[in-house]
Ligand binder design. Structure first.
Ligand code: ADP
Ligand code: ZN
Ligand code: ZN
Length: 728
């Protein structure tokens, strides 16, 4: 077949998980730009994609074998900076570019035009002979922004009939607009809090970087309660001063940021636009459109917000940059913090990484001078850092089936008597992590995962925290059938709450764990109720460490400070230190001084020592030295290759085959294959190889060469995790 009209070849990227670019033809006279949204045929379907290159490299496929695109959508093109970011992330993470593009455009109904609607604007100067009601409308008008009849009526406090009358009288003019309601603009004229000297110095530094409008990464380190948020709000404020500038603030868990949103509103008059996976389709669409049209000025979001189509990104802030929740561990494996730095680099704008407990990676960059390093050493106002002590559990063992030592009980009692709030921290959901048969020793395990089922007393269930499988708690042992011989082993937050309830029946308790609260609304309500001092003792998992500010909270008790220290994870100590320092940082944030007690069987452990002595520098230096000696990140490169499949033998065979084909070259070391720590997950067997290289080696090239040439028999899935942070 010959084409009747001249056409040109171009590369199209479809947002599909297994896809690279594909060649298509388009009519030569159809004006197309790179980034344009188009529709193309694929197999027998019609799909939406993006023009990726108008200048494709030569190809072996003859033109008459290529399909024609159907047409172009009347949408703004995907910004160039986002296209480059998609390519970069795909290459770095060894993911198909289509899978990365999918994260950038998976917006329901994004390609449809929003319905048009009519809004109205005052069209004549205020006449003298107005009715009282119409005068109210003139008085209420604060800007030139056109509004709906309903909004005008609400704003002026008049009936909708008044507005319609004004339209008829020609005092209001109709404006036809397409698209969703615009988002309100943040207000930059509000009075800012007065900053302390060290806050002001850091704030001014950031304002300067924003004005320079160039890439520069900075670490904003400050003790808990130092006012890091107020300081990076300075940068946000500066960026807002320039029309069109867009700002992205990443937070670890958007559902947990109620207090943060309130503070933003206090500073800028409006809540920012939020972005996370639980938005409704309509909210998602409106936010995405607002961003690509350049109307949204500030987005606060989870890591996926990095893939929004910003037109003019002028600042990125990564709050709590050490948080492991920035790492995505399915689909495209990427680290939101690291990718934020890349995004800022490509957009040529500053990026601020904020934390009281920075990651080793970021600290090394700050120490080497690659990142600017701003430090806030004091808590805001009269607040002091809390006193920290270890409780040696070998000296104060609780009775069997109990978890709180005498010194901690005493402290709770005293704090309660003083009318202050206390927090007990245990990073374990549910009632008990393990259920055991007293008669035969059987432990109840998930049938789909190599993990114990966790008892949840409230729901009467035994539940797998990996795959969601659950069963009712049985009366008989599933193995030996003995009756009433199943016992709960170890504590979860529910069980600690039970103990506290017995000890202090008069105290008001709240359990804060992700499965205790359903959705952001409930979390917000609980946080507000704690802040109003309607709770005496909070028992919580790691979600209570997320930057909360409860002025009356003066005692923090860590039920098991050793939890997380065992296991082969090279970050175990660093992460435990970060979590405990963060939870400790909830104590004594206002006038009343705080105390933190760590229950531990290893009071001499470097992590506990660093917390109690406050000598974080020595601890982190030792951690860094150990990593350097082992050539581990950030001093070397690391990747995990995970093989998984339903059939055990297929997986093992493939893993061995991959192991035998492992690259043998200087500076590259392959460890394994070994069963992954979670050797069975959601019905799949898992094996793992670790690839460790020297820093200057391009680990992606090594992996590509190795994995591309290996073919497997049978169904095996291979996932690559560059810079893995958890070893599961
Ligand atoms: P961090 O994030 O460093 O732990 P925050 O930013 O949460 O600290 O600040 C702790 C508390 O102190 C917050 O309630 C905050 O509003 C308040 N705060 C910090 N700096 C100031 C300031 N300059 N003026 C008024 N309040 C401040
Ligand atoms: Zn049994
Ligand atoms: Zn499971």
């Amino acid at each position: 077949m010959t084409t009747l009209f001249p056409s040109r070849r171009m590369q199209i990227l479809l947002p599909l998980p297994l896809q690279g670019v594909l060649d298509y033809l388009a009519p030569a006279d159809l004006p197309l730009r790179e980034g344009d949204f188009i529709e193309v045929p694929l197999a027998s379907k019609s799909l939406q994609g993006v023009v990726w290159s108008l200048d494709p490299p030569p190809s072996d496929i003859p033109e008459d074998k290529l399909k024609h695109i159907y047409g172009r959508f009347d949408l703004p093109a995907l910004p160039d900076s986002l296209m480059r970011f998609v390519d970069w992330v795909a290459a770095y993470t060894l993911s198909p570019p289509g899978a990365v593009l999918k994260m950038a455009v998976s917006v329901p109904r994004a390609f449809e035009q929003a319905k048009s609607r009519t809004v109205y604007r005052l069209s004549v100067e205020q006449p003298d002979d107005l009715t009282a009601a119409r005068r109210k409308v003139y008085d209420a008008a604060v800007s030139d922004m056109p509004l709906s009849v309903r909004d005008w009526a609400d704003l002026a406090g008049v009936g909708e009939g008044v507005i319609r009358g004004m339209v008829k009288a020609g005092q209001m003019a109709a404006v036809e607009i397409r698209g969703d309601d615009p988002f309100p603009e943040p207000d930059t004229s509000l009075i800012a809090p007065s900053l302390s000297t060290e806050q002001a110095t850091a704030g001014e530094h950031f304002r300067d970087l924003v004005r320079k409008d160039k890439f520069q990464a900075s670490l904003l380190e400050g003790v808990t309660g130092a006012g890091k948020t107020e300081v990076y709000f300075e940068a946000v404020h500066e960026a807002l001063l320039k029309p069109g500038n867009q700002i992205l603030v990443l937070v670890p868990e958007i559902a947990l940021t109620a207090q943060w949103l309130d503070r933003f509103k206090e500073r800028f008059g409006e809540e920012p636009v939020i972005w996370h996976s639980e938005l409704t389709p309509a909210q998602r669409r409106r936010a995405w459109w607002g961003v690509i049209q350049g109307n949204v000025r500030v987005i606060v979001g989870a890591r996926s917000a990095l893939f929004l189509p910003f037109q003019n990104l002028s600042l990125i802030v990564v709050d709590e940059e050490h948080s492991p929740t920035y790492k995505q561990e399915d689909g495209v494996f990427y680290h939101g913090r690291d990718m934020a730095v890349v995004r800022a680099h490509q957009s040529d704008c500053p990026v601020i990484l904020a934390s009281a407990t920075p990651s080793l990676e970021t600290l090394v960059n700050a120490e080497s001078g690659k990142y600017d390093w701003l430090y806030l050493g004091e808590r805001h106002g009269p607040a002091e850092l809390p006193d920290m002590h270890a409780i040696d559990m070998r000296k104060f063992p609780p009775a069997s089936g109990e978890w709180l030592s005498d010194p901690l009980r005493e402290a709770l009692k005293e704090n309660l008597a003083q009318g202050h709030q206390s927090l007990l921290y245990l990073n374990r959901r549910g009632y008990a992590p393990l259920t055991l048969c007293r008669t035969c020793g059987h432990r109840i395990q998930c049938p789909h995962c190599s993990a114990w089922l966790v008892e949840h007393k409230k729901t009467g269930r035994l539940q797998c925290h990996h795959c969601g499988h659950w069963m009712g708690k049985p009366k008989h042992c599933p193995e030996c059938d003995s009756e009433d011989s199943l016992v709960a082993c170890g504590p979860g937050v529910e069980r600690v709450a039970e103990e506290v309830e017995k000890l202090f029946p008069e105290a008001r308790l709240a359990v804060m764990a992700s499965d205790e609260m359903t959705g952001p609304g409930e979390i917000r309500e609980m946080v507000a109720s704690i802040a109003r001092h309607e709770v005496d003792i909070i028992i919580g998992t790691q979600i209570v460490t997320k930057g909360y500010h409860f002025p009356n909270l003066t005692l923090v008790g860590v039920v098991d400070a050793d939890l997380g220290l065992s296991g082969g994870d090279m970050r175990a100590a660093e992460r435990t230190w970060q979590q405990l320092e963060q939870v400790a940082g909830r104590a004594g944030r206002a006038e009343k001084p705080g105390t933190v007690l760590f229950q531990t069987f290893m009071p001499e452990h470097p992590v506990i020592d660093a917390l109690v002595s406050g000598d974080r520098d020595t601890f982190l230096e030792q951690e860094a030295n150990a990593r350097e000696q082992q050539g581990m990140p950030p001093f070397g490169r690391l990747a995990a290759v995970i093989l998984s499949g339903a059939d055990y033998n297929t997986v093992v065979t493939a893993a061995r085959q991959l192991g035998r084909a492992a690259p043998r070259m200087a500076g590259v070391q392959v460890l394994g294959p070994t069963p992954a720590p979670l050797a069975y997950l959601r019905g799949k067997h898992r094996y793992r190889l670790l690839v460790k290289t020297e820093k200057q080696v391009n680990i992606q090239n090594v992996l590509r060469a190795w994995l591309d040439k290996t073919r497997f028999a049978g169904a095996v899935r291979i996932q690559v995790d560059i810079d893995p942070i958890s070893f599961f």
